[in-house]
Ligand binder design. Structure first.
Ligand SMILES: C[S@@+](CC[C@H](N)C(=O)[O-])C[C@H]1O[C@@H](n2cnc3c(N)ncnc32)[C@H](O)[C@@H]1O
Length: 310
């Protein structure tokens, strides 16, 4: 039902642009998106990358920023809608089925940075709650009005995942298996390069006790009703993805861009434009790295064909 509500013929993401409903590090927060794009351009340069591919490209906001910072990089956006108007001419586009499924054509990528920014949180996954004696977990089913009922017991691979990744204090959870599978599939599309998934999420020690499924519409958090009227999202179990490296956005951006330093006051008098630019950059970096906000997002990276990469 989650899949249908977001990616079915009348699904939310078939009609809605993410930027119309919420802001992310990539868009909707002033110059922050441009700074994130700069960081990706630096990451690409560091690894000798010649192409950046973005899954869950929204309306091309982040890739357009990358184009400004690194005009020589080849760019490809992958989304569930047709290519938006007004993108840089050299930015290619591929239409995707949606959710955990990627286009067949996305394969054999070389010298590529493959980015998925806030994709995994909208890959549908089972919602489960602990139950009594006979079975440890039951699925939580929902109808189109959002009313919940207890479904069948969780069994097989779902149950194994829960036993491995969910500690005792958690009473309701999202089974991360479809996100793990989606991430593995993403990584498998690159023969040589770097894969980066950025998302909000948790690790075993910080799993929220009551789960995280929620909805967003028009900039507001709403009940997760699967009728196609709102986004449906849940935090990602980042530590089960199997990435080579997991670090916070704060760590990643400080390493790529340096610390957020306010320009000296004197500059306001001598070079006012440079001063304002420096101030905006420091503010944007502070926004992207705030410890209790976007800085707590996770960057999961995997290298492919590492012997060829710097
Ligand atoms: C939360 S939004 C993030 C958009 C953008 N990356 C950003 O950070 O602003 C999730 C996006 O993922 C897209 N999406 C979901 N499944 C996808 C798939 N399999 N392939 C490509 N895009 C997908 C949705 O259509 C939606 O635009």
């Amino acid at each position: 039902m989650w899949q249908e509500a977001l990616y079915g013929p009348r699904g939310f993401y078939r009609r809605a642009a993410p930027a119309d409903h919420f802001a992310t590090s990539a868009q909707g927060l002033g110059t922050a998106g441009d700074l994130l794009a700069e960081a990706l351009a630096r990451l690409a340069e560091r690894h000798g990358i010649r192409r950046v591919v973005e899954v869950a490209a929204g309306r091309g906001e982040l890739l357009s920023g990358v184009a400004r910072h690194a005009p020589d990089l080849e760019l490809l956006g992958v989304e569930v809608v047709d290519r938006p108007d007004g993108l840089p001419a050299h930015l290619d586009w591929l239409v995707s089925p949606g959710g955990g499924r990627l286009p067949d054509e996305l394969t054999g990528l070389t010298d590529t940075l493959l980015v998925a920014h806030e994709w995994l949180d909208v890959v549908p996954c089972p919602v489960v709650a602990r139950s009594a004696a006979d079975h440890p977990w039951h699925h939580v089913e929902v109808d189109r009005t959002g009313a919940e009922r207890t479904g069948p017991p969780a069994i097989g691979a779902d149950l194994d995942w829960l036993a491995t990744h969910v500690p005792d204090h958690v009473g309701r959870a999202e089974v991360g298996l479809p996100r793990d599978t989606a991430y593995s599939d993403l990584v498998s599309r690159v023969d040589r390069g770097l894969v980066l998934a950025v998302d909000y999420g948790h690790t075993r020690d910080t799993r929220p006790p009551g789960g995280t499924l929620t909805g967003y519409r028009d900039g507001t958090q709403v009940p997760p009703v699967p009728d196609g009227s709102c986004d449906l999202t849940a935090h990602v179990a980042m530590d089960s993805l199997g990435a080579d490296q997991l670090r916070t956005q704060r760590e990643a951006l400080h390493e790529l861009l340096g610390p957020a330093t306010i320009p000296p006051h004197d500059l306001a008098r001598t070079r006012p434009t440079a001063y304002l630019h420096g101030l905006a950059r420091a503010n944007a970096l502070a926004t992207l790295t705030a410890a209790t906000g976007l800085g707590g997002f996770w960057w999961a990276t995997s290298r492919r064909g590492r012997e060829h990469l710097g």
